[in-house]
Design a protein around this ligand. Structure first.
Ligand SMILES: Cc1ncc(COP(=O)(O)O)c(C=O)c1O
Length: 405
């Protein structure tokens, strides 16, 4: 019989799960004492690694002082003010403001709502359509589900949010046609700079800057969903800086707190801020009970400090170089069909003759955790504290499981 806990993204009848009990650095252990190298930073988030006492201390100190208090008008708190200021400083914007939520899905839904309402506030109420890309993953609330580019994740959940156009990924011409047909009504394009959850797909050369140009020509906002890429994954604070393309809104979550406590947000650049601030008397009627949660924001500040102090952005680049060189050599030996990625986030395609879930399980028996993405992709996004030896162990396990020696 399955337990009372109904697991996310899992078959409801499944009974046996691995019960995770502890972690240090990039190593995680289960309740049987088995250890594995987490080559996925859990679900793309544990940048600073597990078992950081100084983060636990920050949480305890803040909880003792004030566990929580809301930030709806008229309240604020120093932790959310300080984190917003720090996030803006790290962002690609000269001038920006930050909205906080708890999950990436909340950040995505908020970015979609803000794109629409800021056009209305700027006198462009006809701009309502949100364009997304196939293969995109934007969370599982109704907004994020509606802009999903992974069709099975949309299936069966009833009517979705109207006014969404999903366009073939990586196809400049298809995007141009959508703008030529609907440009006057397009509020925003939402895209991950590197598509993650569908298997890690970096953008083709020039794709993101063409998207920026199209949005500028038609007065649409560009939303980068940086829930995976934000806070160092590419070796820059944001993939926007890595690719040299500045959007109008950035969503973030995951690595901002390395997952020690849930926190997400939306960074809004000048075009959006000016629209939101245009009209006296306008009230932004969206927000969450836990927007600007002081414990979460204190952890966010601490995680940024750790990443700066330990040079983890530089480390992301080095990790990516070592990992991708190893993956390329597996491909050269005919064990992999494809290798894709940037910074410290990589995806591979395994031969069709192999089952992707069985391959994941075989890697686990060798003490390595990766994420399987059917039909034939495995993804790797290690904590930025993974050691070179641990990277080599991941590569050796892959070689052995894929039929090398
Ligand atoms: C790009 C992207 N956006 C949004 C989300 C949703 O985040 P959450 O699961 O925290 O709601 C994810 C989660 O993996 C993601 O990868």
């Amino acid at each position: 019989m399955p337990s009372q806990f109904l697991h996310p993204f899992s078959p409801p009848r499944k009974e046996a799960f691995i019960s995770v009990a502890g972690g240090t650095g990039a190593l995680v252990s289960d309740d049987q004492g088995n250890e594995f190298i987490d080559a996925m930073a859990s679900l793309w988030y544990a940048n600073v690694g597990y078992g950081r006492e100084e983060i636990a201390d920050v949480m305890a100190d803040q909880a003792k002082r004030l566990g929580a208090f809301h930030t709806f008008d008229p309240f604020t708190n120093p932790q959310s003010e300080n984190l917003a200021a720090k996030v803006v400083e790290l962002s690609p914007f000269d001038r920006a403001r930050v909205f906080f939520g708890s999950s990436g899905s909340e950040a995505v839904d908020t970015a979609m709502k803000i794109a629409r309402i800021s056009h209305r506030e700027a006198g462009r109420p006809e701009k309502q359509i949100i364009v997304s890309r196939e293969r995109g993953y934007h969370g599982t609330n109704y907004g994020g589900t509606s802009v999903q580019g992974i069709a099975p994740n949309r299936d069966g959940f009833g009517p979705l949010v109207p006014g969404i156009l999903n366009v073939v990924a990586d196809d400049d011409e298809a995007m141009k046609r959508v703008f030529a047909e609907h440009g006057d009504e397009i509020a925003a394009v939402i895209t991950e700079p590197i598509q993650g959850a569908s298997g890690v797909w970096p953008p083709p050369e020039g794709y993101l800057s063409h998207l920026r140009d199209l949005c500028d020509t038609y007065g649409a906002y560009l939303i980068f969903d940086e829930v995976i890429t934000g806070f160092g994954r590419t070796g820059s604070w944001f993939a926007s800086q890595f690719y040299g393309v500045t959007p109008d809104l950035i969503t973030f979550a995951k690595a901002v707190t390395s997952g020690y406590v849930p926190l997400s947000g939306v960074i809004m650049g000048p075009a959006v801020i000016d629209s939101l601030e245009a009209n006296e008397g306008f009230v932004l009627r969206t927000g969450y009970t836990y927007s600007g949660h002081p414990v979460a924001c204190a952890v966010g500040l601490k995680c940024i400090e750790i990443q700066e102090r330990e040079g983890l952005l530089e480390r992301a680049t080095a990790i990516g170089e070592r990992l991708s060189a190893g993956l390329d050599s597996l491909k050269a030996d005919g064990l992999l069909v494809d290798v894709r990625g940037a910074g410290a986030v990589w995806g591979v395609s395994i031969p069709d003759s192999l089952d992707v879930l069985a391959t994941r399980d075989a890697l686990m028996t060798q003490g390595v955790s990766v994420r399987p993405i059917p039909p034939n992709h495995l993804t790797m996004c290690p904590p930025l504290v993974i050691t070179d030896d641990q990277i080599d162990t991941v590569l050796a396990a892959l070689r052995s499981v894929l039929g090398g020696t």
